[in-house]
Ligand binder design. Structure first.
Ligand SMILES: Nc1ncnc2c1ncn2[C@@H]1O[C@H](COP(=O)(O)OP(=O)(O)O)[C@@H](O)[C@H]1O
Ligand SMILES: N[C@@H](CC(=O)OP(=O)(O)O)C(=O)O
Length: 448
């Protein structure tokens, strides 16, 4: 079976992490294709190389000297190379890069994080280096040209047999470097797995798989051993940053499972993500909880609204005009809400409200800001009536005010909106009441 192994920034943060990567790769001859991110944080409070390179861009943009910043990045790489005894002339290559930095595009500059990490890892593993600019092909609109990418990747496999591929970037056919969104090394790994028909896409990080809640919010959350692509998408979209939310698409279409594993504890079971989770007699009611802060909700109320054809469409077209994408639309008979990312409307909210007034002549419009959304996700929730009522009950008992609620149409998630200030407490209350222990009985028919 071919395995693609993607190692995130935390797994390649320093020489000690490189050593762990090598022993993981060498332990299994199926791990012939390795994707790496730029070196990440070595300890809490440290900087990711990608963040430092973004800072370099900001310095250049404002004509501020960035030489000491570049030196500190170079030092990180030099230290790794020295500690591992690598021959790659990292200092020379980095200085070449620094000397022409003013002439380089911002995306090119940021992509060098994975490029240098990839060069060092390739030598350390004794594998060829495949530049992502020669493998991952972008259309000019920023989407991936899967056909060309597949051809290039398959050619590289035939030519090189195995390789190290830096994540997070690629290039258009004319060679212009393009980046994925933040965390996009996960997408590179998924695309590679898809192009070579891998048996599994391994995603190595610093936690033992997907956890039922963000470990920075809930103390010692339990690990999720099996999760479906749909559940995973809901959780990662809502902030479970262990896997970039777009990363499931390339592998899902080809039915390739994703396995999340811990570089610091390779024997831990981790999480397997598939189309359907194999069912056991007893399963947790709720698979996981994730959430994000800083949303805004615009509530519109108008009597007899539901009898007016096109009312909602006219409202949504206002948001479209301002280029704002919509997260949720909770609706009632005579009212609806439009939930958007606070940062997307920070400059346009007054104009949007004004346009809504003009076009809809509503009875009232209310804007709620500092809204946090919490998504409670579980494939088994549809088997148990009344879950949402119980979620409100436990939040109410804890004195947490619920600002909105919405449920996904496949009944795999319930989303509650609370004030930003209540975010951590609300997640902990839901976790303690539901995730920590509660199981549901799976009907025998479902197991057959
Ligand atoms: N539900 C969750 N399960 C596991 N980790 C989570 C979850 N939500 C947030 N995280 C955070 O995601 C981190 C791993 O993602 P990331 O920092 O992108 O790793 P990497 O550098 O390996 O790509 C974990 O250290 C953890 O703090
Ligand atoms: N280095 C990029 C891409 C990436 O995937 O990183 P990580 O694997 O550390 O999340 C970023 O920080 O966004």
């Amino acid at each position: 079976m071919i395995k693609v192994a993607k190692f995130g920034g935390s797994s390649v943060a320093d020489a000690a992490q490189f050593k762990k990567v090598r022993s993981i790769v060498k332990a299994d001859p199926d791990r012939r294709f390795v994707v790496v991110s730029a070196s990440g944080k070595r300890f809490s409070g440290d900087n990711k190389i990608t963040d430092l390179l973004l800072l370099v861009n900001a310095h250049i943009q404002y004509h501020v000297d960035c030489s000491s910043l570049l030196e500190s990045i170079e030092q990180r790489y030099v230290q790794i190379a020295q500690e591992l005894g690598l021959k790659y002339p990292i200092a020379e290559k980095f200085e070449e890069f620094s000397s022409v930095i003013q002439s380089l595009s911002p995306e090119y500059i940021v992509s060098r994080g994975e490029w240098f990490t990839g060069q060092l890892m390739a030598e350390y593993l004794g594998l060829p280096f495949l530049d992502a600019a020669d493998a991952i092909v972008f259309h000019h609109d920023g989407t991936v040209d899967m056909e060309r990418t597949q051809t290039r990747v398959r050619d590289a496999v035939a030519r090189l047999g195995s390789f190290v591929l830096p994540g997070f970037y690629g290039a258009t056919v004319d060679g212009t470097i393009k980046l994925f969104q933040r965390g996009g090394g996960d997408i590179t790994g998924a695309i590679l797995a898809r192009c070579i028909d891998a048996g599994v896409y391994e995603n190595w990080t610093d936690v033992s798989g997907f956890l039922a809640a963000d470990p920075r919010v809930v103390k010692n959350p339990r690990s999720i051993h099996r999760i479906t692509f749909d559940e995973m998408r809901e959780l990662s979209y809502m902030g479970a940053s262990v896997l970039q939310e777009e990363a499931i698409f390339p592998v899902r279409e080809a039915n390739i499972p994703i396995q999340i594993k811990n570089t610091n504890d390779p024997d831990a079971k981790g999480t397997i993500i598939r189309e359907t989770a194999e069912e056991h007699e007893q399963e947790h009611l709720i698979t996981g909880i994730a959430g994000k802060r800083d949303f805004m909700a615009v509530h519109v109320q108008k009597a007899h609204m539901s009898n007016q054809v096109g009312f909602l469409r006219r409202a949504l077209s206002v948001f479209e005009r301002y280029g704002v994408s919509i997260e949720h639309i909770p609706t009632g008979v005579d009212s609806f809400g439009v939930v958007v990312n606070g940062s997307d409307v920070k400059d346009s909210i007054y104009s949007i409200v004004n346009d809504l007034q003009q076009e809809l002549k509503p009875d009232s419009i209310n804007v709620i800001d500092s809204l946090a959304l919490i998504s409670v996700v579980g494939r088994n929730m549809s088997r148990r009536a009344g879950t949402s009522g119980r979620i409100f009950g436990c939040l109410g008992e804890a004195g947490i005010n619920i600002r909105m609620i919405t449920q996904s149409s496949q009944e795999i998630s319930i989303i509650v909106g609370v004030n930003n200030a209540d975010f951590d407490r609300a997640i902990n209350v839901i976790y303690d009441n539901f995730v920590a222990g509660e199981m549901v009985q799976i009907p025998t028919k479902a197991l057959a």
